[in-house]
Design a protein around this ligand. Structure first.
Ligand code: HEM
Length: 389
């Protein structure tokens, strides 16, 4: 047994699969006795308490994303996801205006509510559907392609690009080269985004181009990041809310009767099951974190799922309680310089999808035999959430 494993015996006993399907008990035990623990199965330090998670997220000088091992950068090139310091600020500044809540509301609210209504109307006559693939996933693709002025691109084409891009990232993480299929998919996407920039069809891209903070090649790379940052996460966010409401019929009935509760139902679902469950950082120097000295260059993985279930902030943390006064203190959208830019768009999208479901599908019930709980190490969502109405 290595010295680290002797120092962190619980971490040494954790297997990757322990953190995949039902990780809550493992995360709770780690938080209790080793809130910063060396997990040999991940090759990383895992942070599970909310205060230490926030310390890592807020201190980009000590815990950076800017490291050659970061696989997303190897596949799509440098973007705000893989930069820190002044360069990160320059990239991110370009996006501050287009993602402002008022702009998102004024330009996209009506369109996204319509997308949701039409999508649910197309299912209403069927009497049942698997709502992750029939609603959450297409809403995620439709919303972000609308935002980027790419709504004439076939959604199956977007998902195909997405799949090849994800495969390339996984491959690079395992030490492989970027595959030709991944490169080709990115080239096609870049071509379409460049055409959209040129045509000026997206309010979002127009702002980026007109403000001229980024070079045109950077605008294209950044929109790819936005697209890929949005798809899996917002699909998971909507699917997880559907799961939580359908598995708590009394809460579903309350939200059905009083729509002002929907926002709390969404925030509490974001707390319990963050669609992106972990974020990675690299130590820039030997750094003290809690009781542990993290050596320079080590990988530090923050468990957003662990932080969101910290009982010192959220009593009875595993319960879906929409009356919890502080559910908005979840860290699902991250704190600090890399805080999610898509929050307003994502909340709008999920609210629209859920409202359309509540309005248009009467007597909604879960089909438990055809549904599964959210799962996943990095991205968490149910494989199937099937409802009848
Ligand atoms: C419309 C949908 C979305 C868009 C356009 C979007 C966009 C982005 C962008 C551009 C960043 C990078 C910010 C930076 O590095 O400075 C980011 C970060 C992040 N987003 Fe989102 N996002 C969306 C939805 C979501 C959802 C639904 C979740 C989770 C439920 C999520 C979780 C995160 C997380 C965890 C990060 C931080 C990554 C890190 O620090 O390593 N996002 N998002």
């Amino acid at each position: 047994m290595s010295q680290r494993s002797e120092q962190f015996p619980l971490g040494a006993s954790i297997r990757v699969e322990d953190l995949q399907s039902f990780p809550y008990e493992f995360l709770a035990r780690l938080r209790e006795s080793e809130p910063v623990s060396w997990i040999p199965a991940l090759g990383a330090w895992l942070v599970t308490s909310r205060d230490l998670a926030i310390e890592v997220m807020r201190d980009a000088e000590a815990f950076t994303v800017d490291d050659p091992r970061f696989s997303t950068a190897a596949v799509i090139g440098q973007s705000m996801l893989s930069l820190d310091g002044d360069e990160h600020s320059r990239h991110r500044r370009a996006f501050a205006a287009p993602f402002r809540p008022a702009l998102v509301r004024d330009k996209y609210e009506a369109v996204i509510w319509n997308l949701a209504k039409e999508r649910v109307a197309s299912l209403a006559g069927d009497g049942s559907a698997e709502l992750r693939t029939a609603l959450a996933a297409p809403m995620a693709v439709d919303s972000i392609t609308t935002f980027l002025g790419l709504s004439d691109v076939d959604p199956s084409q977007v998902l195909d690009w997405y799949g090849k891009f994800s495969d390339a990232i996984v491959g690079v993480t395992l030490g492989e080269d970027v595959p030709t299929s991944g490169r080709a998919a990115l080239d096609q996407l870049y071509e379409r985004v460049a055409a959209s920039v040129e045509a000026g069809t997206s309010e979002f891209l127009n702002t980026l181009r007109d403000d001229a903070i980024l070079r045109s090649d950077e605008v294209v790379a950044a929109t790819a990041v936005v697209m890929f940052g949005a798809i899996e996460t917002s699909e998971g966010m909507t699917a997880n809310v559907l799961w939580h409401l359908l598995t708590h019929s009394e809460i579903l009935a309350q939200v059905q009767a009083d729509r002002s509760l929907l926002s709390s139902a969404i925030e509490e679902s974001l707390r319990l099951e963050p669609a992106a469950a972990v974020i990675d950082r690299y130590a820039t120097a030997d750094t003290q974190l809690g009781d542990v000295m993290i050596p320079e260059r080590d990988l530090v993985t923050v468990s957003l799922l662990g932080a969101n279930r910290d009982p010192s902030v959220f009593p009875d943390p595993d319960t879906y309680d929409i009356t919890r006064p502080n559910h908005r203190q979840h860290v699902t959208f991250v704190q600090g310089p890399h805080g999610c830019l898509g929050v307003h768009l994502a909340r709008l999208e999920t609210t629209a999808a859920l409202t359309a479901v509540l309005d248009q599908l009467p007597d909604l019930q879960l089909d438990p035999a055809q549904s599964t709980a959210p799962e996943g190490l990095i991205f968490r969502k149910p494989a199937a959430v099937t409802a009848r109405w």
